[in-house]
Structures are given as C-alpha cells and as structure tokens.
Design a protein around this ligand. Structure first.
Ligand SMILES: [Zn+2]
Length: 125
C-alpha cells in the first residue's frame, strides 16, 4: 500500500468557488470604479467652469460686458489656455439679451452649468 498522495491541483468545486468569489468582488468593484471616474470628470468640469466664470467676471468688470470664450484665452485677466472637459464636452459662454452669461459644458449640461448675472455699470457704486 502506497502512502504517497496522488491528488494534484484543485477540484472542480474549489475552482467554481474561487470563480464565484471573484465574480462577486468584480460586481461590487467595477461599478464603484466607474462611478468614481464619472464623479472626478464632473468635478474637474465644474472647476473648469468656475475658472471660466472668474475670467468672465474679471472681463466684465474691466470691459462692462461678458465676451466669448475664445476672447478670454490669452488675456492678462483671462485664461492662460482654453480649459478642456475630461469627458470631451465643449464649453460655451452664451450672453443673453439681458447681459447675463451662461457658461455650460455640452457633455455635463445642467450638472456643471453656471449663470452669471448681468454686469452692473459700476459695481463699486
Ligand atoms: Zn464637462
């Protein structure tokens, strides 16, 4: 009678248990990862829109009116470079007839949109 252990590798049940555990972990981790990525992109986009709004406000304070986004880039009180949405959306600055300015991202829409009130003639008085 041989005492040598002839069993090699894993049984089918052991392999299925490992696969099941990995599937459960992946089912929890993948949606969390994708949600975190989407949140980071949305927050970066909101920060970009806040930077555009600050540059628009400085421009309106100096010039009395909001300008198109392209006219903010390269200005001394404007933006050093045109911001890029991480999700690929294009930014627009829409000036209404009332003088108010709406800054929006084509991808994130109302999630990150910012509306600036019409500039007053002289904000210090
Ligand atoms: Zn965006």
């Amino acid at each position: 009678m041989s005492t040598r252990n002839t069993r090699r590798g894993f049984s089918l049940v052991e392999l299925l248990a490992v696969v099941l555990i990995l599937a459960v972990l992946a089912a929890v981790a993948v949606p969390l990862y994708l949600n975190t990525q989407a949140n980071a992109a949305r927050r970066t986009c909101a920060a970009n829109i806040a930077a555009i709004a600050a540059a628009e406000s400085a421009q309106a304070l100096r010039g009395g009116a909001y300008v198109a986004l392209a006219n903010l880039v390269g200005q001394s009180e404007g933006l050093a470079e045109s911001p890029v949405c991480p999700s690929g959306g294009a930014y627009t600055c829409t000036v209404a007839a009332t003088g108010a300015c709406t800054i929006a991202c084509a991808t994130h829409g109302a999630d990150t949109q910012k509306v600036l009130a019409a500039p007053t003639a002289d904000p210090l008085n």
